[in-house]
Design a protein around this ligand. Structure first.
Ligand code: ADP
Length: 390
């Protein structure tokens, strides 16, 4: 191995002990000057780009219809646009966001707030995003006042249209039996009518008037909806009472009626009479849809935090086309039906946080399932006796 050191490269900086001659020094200075010139050109270009981006960002923020507030790591406003200042007030820079957020009031819609006084109040939707660098957050405030006003208007129009439809439906439903009753009573005036015919016509008029009375009662029940009571009662007590009420009807139609309640001492909280009415309606429908010799069954069982009432029959079943309309008010396939029974029953179930589902195929009977959430143990309620006065 040679002890000699390798020859120094022409550009290498001389080490300690080596002497720089004037030419090398000049070359080093020249290199330094070139590098620093390149650096300063690159720096100027970068500064130009930053200025351009800042200008574009400022124009963009100014043009954005949404309010943009940039918060620093400490939650203070670093930058904001004019839309944000219009919504939240001037001179936002440096102010803590918590202070500004206190002026925003929550609404019934999550993520939407109101800001400002009564008449001039605006509705804003607020969203925020963390900067990936962890250097702060961006708050976006979208003024949805006009959209909200239009939404309310559209909902009102929808309600009015539904009411109009309902009134037209009601008028139609009332007019037909009323016209029939008028016709029959008009016939009663005929002097030549034999006593037996007179009695028959009078009976028909009374029957139509009774139907009208039932229709009006059901309509009132349907419209009432919100005035439901709230008592605590045993599920099996209610089921037992319904069996007691419906058994004579089933027997008269020669239908085998069975029931079982697997709910022990579990209780429900709600309007016992309305819920009993809803299940009665499902049972009456089942009995009506079943031929003599058929069977109807009521079972009540718990599953999770809900109770399920199953009302099953082996009657004529329901066509798929009818299934979609079963719960529509006034939908009926029965000559003397009001078509309000299922609409009321579902309304009652939903008012208690539950629902009614149906499974059926033509010729193979039907299963209606009324589900209701069980009350939590701490929920109060007056306990009712086993039997309610009707
Ligand atoms: P209504 O009994 O006055 O007709 P409902 O709203 O109680 O009114 O019932 C609407 C329709 O649903 C009935 O006319 C009938 O066609 C159908 N329906 C309800 N329950 C059954 C069932 N268990 N089996 C077959 N069809 C049924």
């Amino acid at each position: 191995m040679s002890a000699e050191s390798p020859p120094a490269s022409p550009n290498a900086v001389p080490g300690v002990g080596q002497r720089l001659d004037a030419a090398q020094l000049a070359e080093a200075f020249e290199m330094f000057a070139r590098a620093s010139e390149e650096l300063s050109t690159a720096y100027n270009a970068l500064q130009g780009q930053v200025a351009q981006l800042t200008e574009r960002l400022a124009v963009l923020l100014g043009a954005l219809p949404a309010g943009v507030v940039m918060l620093d790591r400490g939650g203070r406003v670093g930058q904001c646009n004019s839309a944000a200042e219009i919504l939240l007030g001037c001179d936002l820079a440096g102010r803590p966001w918590v202070e500004l957020a206190a002026a925003l009031h929550a609404t019934e819609t999550p993520g939407e707030m109101t800001v400002g006084e009564e008449a001039g109040a605006r509705r804003v939707s607020l969203s925020e995003a963390e900067l990936e660098s962890g250097e702060g957050r961006i708050i976006l405030l979208h003024d949805v006042t006009d959209a909200h006003r239009m939404r309310l208007q559209a909902e009102r129009n929808e309600r009015l249209a539904a009411m109009g439809e309902m009134v037209a439906g009601l008028a139609h439903q009332l007019r037909t039996p009323l016209a029939a009753a008028l016709l029959y009573t008009g016939n009663l005036k005929q002097p030549e009518l034999a006593p037996a015919d007179r009695a028959r016509v009078a009976e028909r008029a009374i029957e139509r008037l009774r139907y009208l009375e039932r229709l009006i009662r059901d309509m009132l029940l349907f419209a009432r909806g919100d005035s439901l009571g709230r008592q605590r009662f045993g599920i099996c007590d209610l089921a037992g009472e319904l069996v007691h009420t419906l058994e004579p009807l089933a027997r008269a139609r020669q239908i085998a009626f069975s029931s079982s309640c697997e709910c022990g001492d579990a209780t429900l909280l709600g309007d016992r009479k309305a819920l009993g009415g809803a299940i009665t309606n499902l049972l009456e429908n089942a009995i009506q849809a079943t031929e003599p010799g058929g069977a109807v069954e009521l079972t009540a069982r718990l599953d999770g935090d809900a109770v399920y009432f199953h009302i099953r029959d082996d009657g004529r079943g329901i066509e798929p086309a009818h299934q979609a309309r079963l719960f529509d008010p006034f939908f009926t396939t029965r000559a003397d039906g009001t078509g309000l029974g299922l609409a009321i029953a579902r309304g009652v179930a939903r008012a208690h946080g539950g629902d009614i589902a149906v499974e059926s195929s033509p010729g193979k009977g039907a299963l209606f399932i009324l589900s209701l959430p069980l009350p939590s143990p701490e929920e109060g309620g007056e306990v009712t006796a086993t039997k309610e006065p009707s």
